[in-house]
Design a protein around this ligand. Sequence first.
Ligand code: ADP
Length: 185
Amino acid sequence: MSCYKFNQVRIETVQGDITTQSVDAIVNAANTSLLGGGGVDGAIHRAAGPELLAECRTLRGCVTGEAKLTRGYLLPAQYVIHAVGPIYGQDDAPDLLASAYHNSLQIAINHKLRSIAFPAISTGIYGYPINEAARISLRAVISCLHQSHTIELVRFVLFTSEALAIFNEGFAAVARNYDDITTCL
Ligand code: ADP
């Protein structure tokens, strides 16, 4: 695990399963249909129960780079923010990945949430290299946290020890470029 502080916010990486996280909102790496899929999406729907899919059906999908909020149902998290990342190689993939993080955090800020957990969006079925995704994610999160907000914790939940190690390396490289990021315990 690693931990940074930026503008009073704790930004941390952990290895684990996002469906077990006790935070105000977990982010789902969804697809544009919002009707469920494999990977983390499938795991979230299984853990939240069928009411999640019923609410998702009312949302009429989501454009790549954007995000939509639902309740968390049987999950420990109160809300799920369904974000659609890009498929690696598509036009503007880096900007769309940053937007997926940005729009998810903006929803959390608009709902005055204090804690949010992200998976490594687009790094599974969508093929984004984890080292590139890690750098984009941290930069996108930091850019949102300059404004006034309620967020106290941003947690990145990596499924494997390999993904965690790559995220930690990417975060350390990005953090070195900011004077106002400090490391914490
Ligand atoms: P995408 O289609 O956006 O690539 P995936 O669900 O295929 O989404 O993968 C995104 C990332 O989530 C991958 O790094 C994958 O290993 C990871 N992942 C899969 N299941 C879980 C889970 N239960 N908790 C956290 N991360 C997960």
